[in-house]
Design a protein around this ligand. Sequence first.
Ligand SMILES: NC(=O)c1ccc[n+]([C@@H]2O[C@H](COP(=O)([O-])OP(=O)(O)OC[C@H]3O[C@@H](n4cnc5c(N)ncnc54)[C@H](OP(=O)(O)O)[C@@H]3O)[C@@H](O)[C@H]2O)c1
Length: 280
Amino acid sequence: MLPVRKAKNKQLTTMSSTVLITGASQGCGRATALLFAKKGYNLVLAARNETRLEATAKELRSISNSVLAIPTDVGDAKQVERLAEKALGCYEKIDVLINNAGICLTGRIEDTSLEDWQQLMNTNFWGYLHTIKALMPHFLERKTGSIVNVGSFGGKMPLPEMTAYCASKYAVTGLTETMRLELTPKGIHVCAVHPAVINSNFLERAQFRGVDDAEVESRREQMNSLLKSGWVSQPEDIAKAIWDAVQKKKSEVVVGPCFLATEAYRLFPGFLQFIMGARS
Ligand SMILES: NC(=O)c1ccc[n+]([C@@H]2O[C@H](COP(=O)([O-])OP(=O)(O)OC[C@H]3O[C@@H](n4cnc5c(N)ncnc54)[C@H](OP(=O)(O)O)[C@@H]3O)[C@@H](O)[C@H]2O)c1
């Protein structure tokens, strides 16, 4: 556990807003932390790998009033409770919670194990619920705040051979939309930001499943060529979308060109399923 860094200027950090970001050491989380730092926010950053997290925190300390980096596995409820306690101990209030830590797994349902599903749900769904539950008393007491859940276009439409990933992201969509009904009247803003494919470390770290090594390799190559296509967003695009969503209290944003696909699926789900191969 890294030492808690107290705010350099207590008066300034008490006056400033504070954002807590999970998965903040890389990709979208890191880009979002950078943007919020530039806007004057205090930062609470969480991710598992201490070295990478501290490297990001060090960079951000030249910009932000105050940065607190707490190595945390969001899949572990106790670690998340400790994260919330340390964050509130340091900054007194959290204005924005950004649930962003996520992992990727590609493969058909018959090629994925229960362990694969548990690992994925543990980060992509339970990881979000853990932070929300840990900070809920704080948000309810203050009757204000924003909760942003980073989902995926795979949480708005099915993506072939990504059953477990889509299930985890549809769970995030359900959680976000239902929570919004309950929390909006209580003064709490709840938002989903759904990215398409992003040029981050996500796909490099993604796990692939298939019937044999050749299929696994071909899935990896498919993903790599997708990353080189024009359909890819940058982590900074997601950061901007999150910032905008918080400022304008938006309910949902689908980022990037996949917006057309998710809209088409919303309007014509049967037709899109047919096109994608559900031709029984
Ligand atoms: N990249 C895409 O193509 C894409 C597309 C649609 C949606 N998304 C969503 O966008 C979000 C951000 O993805 P990204 O592309 O920025 O990914 P990324 O570059 O792989 O970064 C993921 C971040 O999450 C952290 N993380 C992973 N598991 C964690 C855990 N159990 N506990 C705490 N932190 C954890 C990682 O650090 P550690 O490994 O050190 O913990 C890292 O900081 C995810 O929710 C993802 O599902 C991504």
